[in-house]
Design a protein around this ligand. Structure first.
Ligand SMILES: [Zn+2]
Length: 194
């Protein structure tokens, strides 16, 4: 799987131009049909995603190109998941967050438990991203808890991204920087380590 820009036309251009690299071998990707359609619950209402599929010219592996509004295997838009994480770090409980966001309480609790369990891993990953984006970066100060430290590292990495590449929706940047794996069971790939 590869996280791409949510603007369809741009992804088509990038595929046609051979500028998308294979996450397995860095070979060039070319169009290879579509993945199955899925519904993404968004702030603006349900949205049907029909992600592009691409095949690597080098290793022959096919990849789903998931738009950066989503995270792997999550039915909700990344900005909604991000808002829940921010509210939790600010001190809200999961039931209150769920009713404010209009998402089932168990779903929110699942996100927050996974984020807390991966806090140290997320903090480490986004700290490395931030330093890769801005080598001049100073040390990060402890924010008071595991999840607050993880969110602080995310915020610093997003700021570094914006400074380097220009404005972007913060949680979409997070989806990209985590390779869609913010709340997955796998370790996020580290795009600059190759
Ligand atoms: Zn490849």
């Amino acid at each position: 799987m590869l996280i791409v820009c949510a603007e369809r036309a741009r992804v088509e251009d990038e595929l046609a131009g051979g500028v998308l690299g294979c996450p397995s071998c860095r070979g060039r990707l070319r169009p290879w049909g579509h993945a199955r359609a899925r519904v993404l619950r968004c702030v603006a209402g349900d949205r049907v995603l029909c992600p592009r599929r691409a095949r690597c010219r080098g290793c022959g592996v096919t990849h789903v190109l998931l738009p950066d509004v989503a995270l792997l295997r999550r039915r909700d838009e990344v900005s909604v998941i991000g808002a829940a994480i921010e509210a939790k770090v600010a001190g809200s409980g999961y039931r209150r967050i769920a009713s404010r966001l209009g998402v089932p309480a168990d779903t929110v609790r699942g996100w927050l438990c996974r984020f807390a369990a991966r806090g140290e891993l997320v903090r480490g990953h986004f700290t490395r991203c931030a330093v890769a984006l801005d080598p001049e970066l100073g040390p990060m100060l402890p924010a008071g808890s595991g999840i607050a430290d993880a969110l602080e590292a995310i915020a610093v990495a997003v700021r570094a991204w914006v400074l380097r590449f220009g404005p972007g929706d913060p949680w979409r940047v997070v989806s990209r920087l985590s390779g869609g794996l913010l709340l997955a069971t796998r370790v996020p790939a580290y795009p600059w380590a190759r």
